[in-house]
Design a binder for this molecule. Sequence first.
Ligand code: NDP
Length: 333
Amino acid sequence: NRRVLLKSRPQGEPTLANFDIVDQPIPEPKDGEYLSRTIWMSLDPYMRGRMAEAKGYASNVNLGDAMVGGTVGQVVKSKNPRFKEGDYVVEYAGWQSYAVSTGDMSMKLDPDAAPLSTALSVLGMPGMTAWWGLMEIGKPKAGETVVVSAASGAVGSVVGQLAKLKGCRAVGIAGGKDKCDYVVNELGFDACVDYRAAGGNLFKELRAAAPKGIDIYFENVGGAVQAAVVPQLNDFARVPLCGLIAHYNEMQMSPGPDWRLLLIKRATVTGFIVSDHFGQMADFWKEVPAAVKAGKIKYREDIVKGIENAPEAFIGLLKGRNFGKLLVQVAED
Ligand code: NDP
């Protein structure tokens, strides 16, 4: 059983030295448990918080334990009547090639309904995040302008496409020409600003892309991008505060937006954690899988092969090296 353990806590950016890769015996399921082999493993920005000393919104990984995370696996042995050998499940097995589970947090997957990997991307946690933040917090109305940062990524790509389906102008912000071209030409956003190339012109380029101001800012990054967006919010703008990835490696949080501006614009900023809402996703399931099947919502997966390559890929995720939802293929399905 190949496992990736947390060896030490990062000071700033994670490095390979923070991880340990070990081969251990495959565990045996006890009564009420099943054993699964991991096929797909999700790498997500929130995992940086789990590596930290400081307490986040969920408990941290202990030193010497396997890194946590969402996975798609196949049951290979079962002592739990709800799961039988051969079943595919989306579960929370973490960074390891085999895991035992009671199944309390596992959901069976129909491999014919959609590719298995989508249970970790567009039809999984990131897709639901986009849905909840945009639909429940942003409440888009046709004709409004929606701006989303990290626009080519797992969450941002779905936000902009949903905004288009709701009749909004969708403007992405992403790092690099390739990502911006993809966002406009493949995903159908109206415009995309390359914040890396824009440098000090970011405010102006964003103004040109969103000439009527910004009604909804779906915040994924913080930092300089946020500073350019906030003064361009319209009155009564909504800001679903989803992520602040530009700050995750900081040892000390840098200052946030100018609250005076938020007051003057009567803006609503709402933080949310998608896992609070997993039970409230009826509308997501009604709309999104059909839209994906019909090609109205496109998705891109950035696939890294081999669990031993997960640390390097995760380090890259926090620097924008991924292009699309970052997944590790641990085994053939
Ligand atoms: P992505 O697939 O978008 O990958 C992360 C992207 O963030 C990178 O590709 C990069 O895009 C951008 N990025 C990385 N470092 C920086 C930086 N220093 N400054 C600016 N941008 C950076 O990841 P996800 O779609 O999975 O996640 C997007 C955001 O959503 C994250 O902040 C994440 O924490 C948050 N999130 C929140 C959830 C919630 O419940 N609140 C649930 C899921 C995700 P680029 O090259 O374009 O800069």
